[in-house]
Design a protein around this ligand. Structure first.
Ligand code: MN
Ligand code: MN
Length: 280
């Protein structure tokens, strides 16, 4: 195991894809530990093959740079600010971004910079939770508020939410303004149909909260929510997302402190390999 992703094979200047970690988890009070997520996902990547049987492609054919982690902060605004700065710099040099969380708050840092650079941007979220609260535990820069922050930035009509099966009545008022596809009404087969028909005429950022998967597949998360999708369904969904103009994605909320056998980190690493191979 090493400091970098197994398939990080390039220097920054040559790379098409840039991976970076965001070890932030300060607003996660229930089960902290996602600050260790980037490390665990990198370690798990050493169990992967370079070749994807499903996609018939080898990740060695893509130039990937691992930039390491952003700094460690306990103040969410400091973390967000550095993540935005990192994202802006990478987008200006045309890198495809892959972010490793960290708690979900970090995705706001990336989406905020994307909005600045591209003006028109949509965000597709896969998550068990709506994350649309205005404030959580006296903090508005929180994992439970991340889609509300992003909505205020890019417009709620540019948010697409899938896999959701948990939300308070108050935050679900905001779901009326987003493209909201809760899992009890839209299962994976229907999600695939929706994605097939959907057209998004702008740059798309994809955020994957690993708790969208059922806790049976992804037990190592801060806020497990029973009744989720399977690993194979996630891979099918990734494949159907490649029609969009995806400019980056993240995998957040992997918590090695509660990840039996490291299976959640393993799944995250494979999602990252399959994501890169689908989108590049
Ligand atoms: Mn989330
Ligand atoms: Mn979640």
């Amino acid at each position: 195991m090493g400091d970098k992703f197994l398939f990080a094979n390039s220097e920054k200047e040559d790379a098409d894809v840039c991976i970076f970690g965001m070890p932030f988890d300060s607003t996660t009070s229930f089960k902290p530990g996602t600050r260790l997520g980037p490390r665990a996902i990198r370690d798990a990547s050493y169990n992967l093959e370079f070749y994807s049987m499903a996609l018939e492609r080898n990740i060695r054919d893509i130039k990937i740079f691992d930039a390491g982690d952003t700094g460690f902060y306990t103040n969410p605004q400091h973390a967000i600010s550095e993540i935005s700065e990192q994202t802006r710099e990478l987008l200006k040099s045309d890198k495809f971004i892959v972010g490793l969380g960290g708690e979900h708050t970090v995705s706001y840092g990336i989406a905020h910079a994307m909005k600045e650079i591209y003006k028109d941007v949509a965000v597709i979220q896969f998550d068990a939770h709506a994350d649309l609260r205005t404030v959580y535990d006296f903090e508005k820069f929180s994992h439970a508020c991340v889609m509300n922050l992003i909505g205020n930035d890019i417009g709620f009509e540019n948010i697409y939410q899938f896999g959701i099966r948990s939300g308070e009545e108050e935050e679900l008022k905001f779901a009326e303004k987003t493209n909201f596809f809760p899992l009890h009404k839209y299962d994976t087969a229907q999600i695939l149909e929706i994605l097939d028909e959907l057209n998004i005429d702008k740059k798309v950022y994809l955020t994957i909260d690993i708790d969208v998967l059922d806790p049976a597949y992804a037990p190592g998360v801060g806020t497990p929510e029973p009744g989720g999708i399977t690993s194979n369904e996630m891979f099918k969904i990734l494949n159907s997302l490649k029609k969009f103009d995806i400019v980056g994605f993240d995998v957040v909320e992997v918590n090695p402190m509660v990840d039996m056998s490291g299976i959640t980190a393993m799944l995250a690493a494979k999602i990252i390999r399959e994501g890169i191979l689908n989108f590049r």
